[in-house]
Design a protein around this ligand. Structure first.
Ligand code: SF4
Length: 66
């Protein structure tokens, strides 16, 4: 079973705005995650961040094996 991407954070503010509900934020791209992408980040629907996200990098600094 896939796990949530280690680069996923939830932030209540960013881009000069603040939100009532924390939004998904990718620490690799340094930007908030679009709703479609969030399924990959959260490994929903059988998706796997390590293989299904082009932004993913291995936590040790290397690149993901494909
Ligand atoms: S799955 Fe991709 S977009 Fe989502 S947090 Fe991980 S690296 Fe970022």
């Amino acid at each position: 079973m896939s796990e949530t991407c280690p680069h996923l954070e939830y932030r209540e503010e960013g881009d000069g705005r603040s939100f009532d509900v924390a939004r998904a934020f990718c620490t690799v791209t340094g930007s908030f995650v679009q709703p479609m992408r969030a399924d990959v980040c959260n490994a929903r629907h059988g998706l796997d961040p390590t293989t299904d996200c082009e932004f993913y990098v291995a936590p040790d600094g290397g690149t993901a094996e494909r």
